[in-house]
Ligand binder design. Structure first.
Ligand SMILES: [Zn+2]
Length: 93
């Protein structure tokens, strides 16, 4: 599958240990207005600093190809979904 993002494959993105180590689904994604950083998190409302992980955008895409649906999501937006089989819903931050 082609890499759909404009960013480089090795750009660092923020995620959490639940997704990387726990096999939990990605249910939240944001594309930050200030620095263009991507975050991909599970459905927990709060995350401790110790639960944060930094991986490459390519790693997240390979973990779950459906994040590629967000490739054109503009800066200053975030998206949520009920589960992996549900569509992403995008919102302005
Ligand atoms: Zn998490």
């Amino acid at each position: 599958m082609n890499f759909p993002f404009d960013e480089k494959e090795n750009v660092a993105v923020f995620t959490c240990c639940h997704i990387i180590n726990g096999g939990v689904e990605i249910q939240y994604a944001s594309h930050d207005e200030d620095d263009g950083a991507w975050q991909f998190l599970c459905d927990l409302v709060t995350h401790e600093t110790s639960e944060a992980s930094i991986v490459s955008l390519k790693e997240i895409f390979e973990l779950d190809n459906s994040v590629g649906e967000l490739a054109s999501m503009p800066l200053g937006s975030y998206a949520t979904r009920v589960d992996k089989n549900s569509p992403w819903e995008e919102f302005k931050q």
